[in-house]
Design a protein around this ligand. Structure first.
Ligand SMILES: [Zn+2]
Length: 428
């Protein structure tokens, strides 16, 4: 007779074409910020069909500034829907598990530079292409099909499980924060972000800023009467590289970050300025992000950033007179986390990974970006495992997820769920 594990692994194989089809369906939705609702409805229906009790709730703007998991936002949340599907085991004594994934994706970059349209899934050999295929609809669908496989194998879990599909991960984390604040927690969180089949040991805290410089517009025939907001911004950006270097320099004392070349990654993501080709520009706006180390208060880092910008204004002639620069906080402002070594949850995932990977050990590494797992780890002290498939060009051109990797990850997630929650035979 086949072992329980063999039956689960076989079920993942049997269901995999359906899994890829469902992934393709989700990739077909352009789930940019505040445009996720239609895809969330499709997901909700898929969960209801599978017998989940589904809760649908808006990202909660009222808690911003009042609950520490929430970050500043610059948009309304009227159409910002999160979905949580839940299956209760009816007190059969197993540990609970929540899979957390995000439905939102970042813009395509430059759609015309993609080999095929970014929001049309394209399967080519071992890869599925499309914005979000890797980050992270692949992982979201893997979590659903991992639990499907357990059911298909004739087994029921002994612990309560959740499938969480949240929004806002790519900008504020407020979708996950709402899920957390509404009590959608469990004994372990598993977030199948694209980690190339590795486990995230630690991640960065991140703050996202908007800088505005105010110049003095003028006609180019008398340039000395004006002051260019764009020139001011370029100066300011140059100085901020000093702040980045200073923060990078702190890495040498940080256990998991000492060997990372740039764990801080000051990124200027957008820039706009001026309104006429032959005028000295009056305004320039830059948005960006900068990272820091786990265990640090994001508000303290934000204050340090503001003080640095104020120092530039005080010391540089070009900014004389004051009031030429505004700093706003417009996205995630959240601490990083470290996953403590040796937890029972990690041990279980390691065993599942080895089984699927012919004995190879699970590698742990540091991810220098924001992750929704941080919400649960930092504010709930919940072991949060970020582990997902191989993907390439996430946030880039021709994003793609490896299908063989996605299948292995689905298998590992299924074996993990069975071991963590415990299973029983349906006919027993
Ligand atoms: Zn992601």
């Amino acid at each position: 007779m086949a072992s329980l594990e063999d039956r689960i692994l076989q079920a993942v194989d049997d269901l995999f074409e359906k899994q890829v089809a469902f992934l393709g369906e989700l990739v077909g939705f352009r789930t940019l910020r505040n445009e996720e609702a239609e895809a969330q409805s499709v997901l909700e229906a898929a969960l209801i069909e599978r017998g989940y009790a589904v809760t649908r709730f808006r990202t909660d703007a009222a808690r911003i500034g009042r609950h520490p998991a929430f970050s500043p936002a610059t948009v309304g949340y009227d159409s910002s829907w999160n979905v949580v599907g839940r299956k209760d085991a009816g007190g059969r004594g197993g540990r609970s598990l929540a899979f957390n994934s995000h439905m939102d994706v970042v813009p395509a970059g430059s759609a015309s530079r993609w080999t095929s349209p970014p929001f049309k899934p394209r399967r080519d050999g071992d890869w599925l292409y499309g914005r979000g295929a890797g980050d992270m609809k692949g992982g979201l669908v893997a979590s659903i099909f991992a639990l499907d496989a357990i059911a298909q194998a004739g087994l029921s879990l002994r612990g309560d499980v959740q499938i969480q599909s949240v929004v806002e991960e790519e900008i504020t984390g407020n979708g996950a924060a709402t899920a957390f604040a509404n009590g959608h927690v469990a004994d372990v969180i598993v977030s199948p972000e694209p980690t190339d089949e590795q486990l995230v040991r630690a991640n960065s805290g991140v703050i996202k800023f908007r800088l505005t410089t105010r110049g003095r517009p003028a006609h180019p025939r008398e340039p000395e009467t004006g002051q260019s907001a764009i020139d001011l911004m370029i100066r300011l950006m140059g100085h901020l590289r000093e702040l980045e270097r200073r923060w990078i320099g702190e890495a040498k004392d940080k256990r998991w970050f000492a060997d990372i070349r740039n764990p801080v990654a000051l990124t200027f993501g957008t820039i706009s300025g001026g309104d006429w080709i032959a005028s000295i520009p009056s305004d320039c706006v830059v948005e960006g992000r900068i990272g820091f180390y786990p265990g640090e208060d994001p508000k303290a880092r934000a204050a340090e950033f503001e003080a640095f910008v104020a120092g530039i204004q005080d010391s540089e002639e070009a900014f004389a007179g004051g009031g030429l620069v505004d700093v706003e906080w417009v996205g995630v402002m959240h601490a990083g986390y470290e996953l403590p070594e040796g937890s029972p949850a990690e041990a279980s995932l390691r065993a599942a990974h080895r089984r699927v990977q012919d004995g190879a050990e699970l590698n742990a590494y540091v991810m220098t970006c924001y992750l929704d797992a941080a919400v649960f780890a930092v504010h709930g002290n919940i072991p949060s495992l970020v582990y997902g498939p191989i993907a390439e060009n996430i946030h880039g051109i021709d994003e793609r997820v490896s299908l063989p990797s996605l299948k292995r990850v689905t298998k590992a997630l299924a074996l993990f769920a069975a071991d963590w929650c415990g299973v029983r035979e349906n006919h027993a």
